[in-house]
Design a protein around this ligand. Sequence first.
Ligand SMILES: [Zn+2]
Length: 219
Amino acid sequence: MEKYLNEDEKELLSLIRYHRGHFDKMKETLGEMFPDDAVEVVEYLDKTEDLVWNAAKRRKTLKEAQVKHQEYERSLPRLTMCAECESGKERVPTGETKNQHGYMANCYHCEDCGADYVDGMPNNSKEQLEWYKDLEDFFKENQKDIDAMPDKQRENILSFLKGKKTIEEIYKKEQAALKRVQLADKAEEHLSKMLAQSRDYLLSIKLKNNWGDTPIGEC
Ligand SMILES: [Zn+2]
């Protein structure tokens, strides 16, 4: 779990341990006489430590969910055409890389000719929309040639554009999910500020070293 802590939280935990160690010693010495305000500070240390570990746990859960989602996405078979022999089939991606157009795209292995190739189409909705835009522009520029094509060939080419609507919907959903993550980040930012204040407080009382320095029984 430690790897999900940020530097501020690590510092805060070490301050909590420092102060707790001090109070443990005080308790040993004072026993029943352990003062109420010290009990309150010990409770504050416990609560703050819980907040730190809860923040780390949330980060771990989020990270694991993201990785799982990416792995799931990567495992889905997609309809793709081999760049070497042009055999079109559903294939499971073997990885991802930038393709010749600069888009992030899936790598595939063609079982028909044995070639490994990179898909021409991007593998994420944002770049897929750019890809469709380029395709539409290309069709517009070559409208005359497309009109002159045999019906079947023209329909095949134009059917490519139908996929755009689905991608737009996926993109919208992804943007909504992103917004939810951003809101969660804001809540996290608020918590981080709170924990930074706790760290400053604990650091200031450490510097003052004002716990237990007053001899017992004296003011
Ligand atoms: Zn092939």
